[in-house]
Design a protein around this ligand. Structure first.
Ligand SMILES: C[S@@+](CC[C@H](N)C(=O)[O-])C[C@H]1O[C@@H](n2cnc3c(N)ncnc32)[C@H](O)[C@@H]1O
Length: 553
């Protein structure tokens, strides 16, 4: 066998599994499974299959919407479709918890232990842009990857936090319809996927993880609205982190009950008999037995790595009646706040985030300088903007106005209902209107980061580009995935374009005069899906606006 399991782990599994142990052990001889999940926020699985070079090599993961197994050599992370956020690479078993949560458009959803964001992107796709996703991780560094994945996936209705669950519970008591606790765990189910997890396991004991899980679950239960659903999941086998956690939660929260997971695809029932004695004694016989309704994914029985999941429901009816009724009113109110733990809407843009060698960064800076020089010497298009439009651009001071002016000039029928504009300094975000004040919380993203208001111009953000559709912009440029110019764009280079290739649309709110094109921001797309902004000022040269941290390396 390629993998050497820790002896104490092997002994424990042998004791737990009895005659099944040999089959379990044999699963370590088989290759791990690779999965990707099509981003339903951007396109349907059929549309993806119709254009993907992988189409004949993908086979469906039966338990997740738009999910497929791929082969190791396919390397889907190295393709323009990946840079357009058309799919997320995710281990197939890890897709189960978000499927079990039953999220529907309009729900208030919390992903409490979310980084790097695989399940958040899955949950957001189920919201279809309606309702809100609060996504959190208590590890500051990890929230950078979380925010970046939220933005790559084009999620508009997410708030990203970097907090302990107790602090979030103070702001959101009984507030969420759906909560996912994908808990930090000892990772025993991941030994085959990632051997470094074995060393991690030796560091993070089952006992230490159990204590963390108990604390997280307690606060999660406090944040669940009456009638709401909570899914608890781990990627470990140890009963202390699985069935025992659920037993303790049921004992502490009489209003929670297990919703049995239907068994299919080789999934196996949870094991009430494995609950530790003290926890078992604190439950009535039927409540203890109900833990059989939780689910175990064993690598020898199903096509994925080891996982555990439990679905729990809180008794009672949702407080304010229909979820739709609570979806919030649109508002133009501007809130000016300070971003705690601010990484400035530039997660992908900060040098320290890239983890790349200094030589690469020097090259990038050199390329940027060359690009600026080339653009300065290119012939300029006539500036057709009216005097009033130019004056309006020097808005000096109000970030909200700057955003609106940008919208009038560059966007086309962007729906804004259900969002409020929130300004943190000069940065502008659109926040789902139902979100309460986030005072006292470490906020990584208070909403959809749409751009930054400078004194004379509004710079649209990369996350704005990633969450738009081409139809919502006034100018877009479309490439096939194989086009060498597209790869050059993704590498940060200036492009030479034919003006006639720009696709133009009318002004926002019917205002065709705001900015007679072609001049200004262009949404660059692979097929119909955005990969970033370019800036066109005539002369056939498109300035590359892709932030350094988002480029193809
Ligand atoms: C299994 S990972 C989450 C994976 C993630 N759900 C995904 O699908 O990409 C568990 C996460 O919990 C975070 N975590 C650990 N303790 C936490 C706590 N007390 N509150 C919130 N998050 C915590 C860890 O930093 C880690 O990112």
């Amino acid at each position: 066998m390629g993998i050497t399991l820790p002896q104490s782990f092997a002994d424990k599994m042998k004791r737990l599994l009895g005659p099944e142990y040999e089959a379990f052990l044999a699963s370590y001889e088989r290759p791990r499974k690779y999965g990707l999940r099509v981003n339903g926020l951007k396109l349907a699985p059929e549309a993806f299959l119709a254009m993907s070079p992988l189409k004949d090599r993908l086979t469906p993961v039966p338990w997740a919407e738009g999910a497929f197994y791929y082969e190791e050599q396919d390397r889907p992370g190295k393709h323009p479709h990946y840079h357009a956020g058309l799919y997320y690479i995710q281990e197939p078993s890890a897709m189960v918890p978000a499927e079990l949560l039953g999220v529907a458009p309009g729900d208030r959803v919390l992903d409490l232990c979310a980084a790097p964001g695989g399940k958040s992107t899955q949950l957001a796709a189920k919201l279809k842009g309606e309702g809100v996703l609060v996504t959190n991780d208590n590890a500051r560094e990890r929230t950078k990857a979380l925010a970046k994945n939220v933005e790559l996936a084009g999620i508009r209705n997410a708030v990203v936090l970097n907090e302990e669950p107790a602090a979030i519970a103070r702001v959101f008591p009984e507030w969420f319809d759906k909560i996912l606790v994908d808990a930090p765990c000892s990772g025993e189910g991941m030994f085959r996927k990632d051997e470094s997890m074995i060393a991690e396991w030796e560091k993070h004991s089952v006992e230490r993880c159990s204590a963390m899980q108990r604390d997280i679950l307690k606060h999660a239960a406090d944040m669940l609205a009456p009638g709401g659903t909570l899914v608890y999941s781990t990627c470990t086998f140890s009963p202390e982190e699985n069935e025992t956690q659920i037993a303790e939660l049921l004992a502490a929260s009489p209003e929670l009950e297990v919703v049995p997971v239907p068994l299919a695809y080789g999934w196996a029932p949870g094991r009430p008999a494995w609950v530790e004695a003290e926890a078992a004694a604190s439950l009535s016989e039927p409540r203890l037995a109900s833990i059989a309704g939780t689910v175990r994914l064993w690598p020898h029985l199903t096509e994925g790595e080891g996982h555990y999941a439990a679905v729990l429901r809180k008794s009672g009816e949702p407080k304010d009646g229909s979820l739709d009724a609570r979806s919030g009113q649109s508002s133009d109110a501007v809130e000016v706040g300070k971003l705690n733990g601010d990484d400035g809407g530039r997660v992908g843009n900060r040098r320290s985030d890239t983890g790349r060698p200094a030589a690469n960064k020097r090259e990038e800076r050199k390329r940027d300088r060359e690009q600026d020089r080339a653009l300065k010497s290119a012939p300029k298009a006539k500036d057709f903007r009216s005097k009033a439009a130019k004056a309006a651009l020097a808005h000096a001071g109000n970030p909200s106005d700057a955003w609106k002016q940008f919208g009038a000039a560059h966007l086309h029928r962007l729906a804004r209902e259900g969002y409020r504009i929130v300004a943190y300094g000069t940065r502008v975000y659109l926040q789902p209107a139902v979100v309460p004040p986030l005072d006292g919380l470490t906020v990584v993203r208070p909403g959809w980061y749409v751009g930054e208001a400078g004194t004379y111009r509004f710079a649209p953000s990369h996350p704005l580009a990633m969450a738009l559709s081409a139809d919502e912009t006034r100018m877009s440029l479309h490439y096939e995935a194989e086009d060498a110019d597209l790869i050059r764009y993704l590498k940060g280079e200036t492009l030479h374009i034919e003006e006639r290739d720009l696709r133009l649309r009318g002004g926002a709110e019917g205002d065709e005069s705001a900015n007679p094109l072609p001049s200004g921001y262009v949404l660059v797309c692979v097929n119909d899906y955005p990969v970033g902004w370019g800036k066109y000022s005539g002369g056939g040269m498109l300035k590359n606006e892709l932030p350094a941290g988002w480029r193809w390396m």
